[in-house]
Design a protein around this ligand. Structure first.
Ligand SMILES: Cc1cc2nc3c(=O)[nH]c(=O)nc-3n(C[C@H](O)[C@H](O)[C@H](O)COP(=O)(O)O)c2cc1C
Length: 255
């Protein structure tokens, strides 16, 4: 069934919200109240959480000096410095550690699974918060560059051991309406019953062309093999090579 008829048959506010979402990097001066943020986060905390661990914490940042420091860590991203509010979504094992200590146990010998479940928990809350925020007209974008330096971000936010910031989120009332980036064709990203290796990459040439056309139309420099070029550029060097060591210092064993 083509896209249009699918969205007519299966339509809802949530579907429309998701189909229209786009990252927004410019915000008006209109303040975003703590009430609005609390409403968004209360909704987001209804996200499912592995074994009910609720291993997440959100630090709400508005102080311009703190935002300026976060902007530096994140590679001088201007939208971080000027965002009306920045939410730091953190994986947080302190409450689990507290429970274990009360029962005479220790989290010192934690392993990859503990790091993963807390990170997945925090990510689910982050996406739920993004949707909740958009449903009341706020827009923004996630900021993974807080992991450029896990320890510097932790220092800025006062995060203790067993807490690290997985990603941040700039939020505000939108002052721009960017054209949506095309996505890879669903034939490549959805497989039925079994993974289809050929299908997974079959759509990429067409996607390169579609993304190049999008960037050309929106005035951003690109190459004819746009996505392929960008992915190779991003991943051919080892990324954030100190990450594992820094996460270990924060009390997460990702060995
Ligand atoms: C976990 C995560 C981290 C991201 N980090 C950044 C970032 O540091 N800076 C930025 O400008 N965009 C960041 N983005 C936004 C992506 O670049 C954006 O979602 C992607 O290019 C697709 O564009 P769209 O959201 O407008 O569809 C991040 C997105 C995610 C999901």
């Amino acid at each position: 069934m083509p896209d249009d008829s699918l969205s007519q048959t299966y339509s809802s506010e949530t579907m429309r919200l998701l189909h229209n979402r786009v990252s927004v990097r410019k915000y008006t001066d209109q303040p975003v109240t703590n009430e609005a943020i609390e409403a968004v986060l209360r909704a987001a905390f209804r996200a499912p959480t592995s074994s009910n661990i609720q291993a997440y914490t959100v630090v709400v940042v508005r102080n311009p000096e703190t935002l300026a420091k976060l902007a530096v860590v994140t590679g001088n991203q201007r939208h971080v410095a000027v965002a009306p509010v920045f939410l730091a979504f953190c994986a947080d094992m302190t409450r689990i550690e507290h429970a274990m200590k009360k029962r005479g146990h220790s989290l010192d010998d934690n392993n990859l699974e503990v790091g993963l479940v807390s990170s997945v928990d925090a990510a689910l809350v982050g996406m739920a918060a993004s949707l909740a925020a958009e449903s009341i007209g706020l827009q923004g974008l996630m900021i993974g560059a807080v992991r450029n330096n896990v320890l510097a971000t932790a220092e800025i936010l006062g995060l203790p051991k067993r807490v690290y910031c997985l990603f941040g989120m700039c939020l505000g009332w939108p002052a721009e309406h960017p054209t949506q980036k095309p996505r890879i064709d669903i034939g490549a990203t959805v497989h039925y019953e079994r993974y289809d290796q050929a299908a997974a990459v079959a759509a990429l040439d067409a996607y390169d062309a579609a993304l190049a056309a999008h960037y050309e139309a929106t005035g951003r420099p690109t190459t004819p093999d746009s996505w392929t070029h960008d992915m190779d550029k991003k991943f051919h060097a080892r990324l954030r090579d100190k990450l594992r060591e820094q996460l270990s210092t924060q009390g997460f064993d990702f060995r």
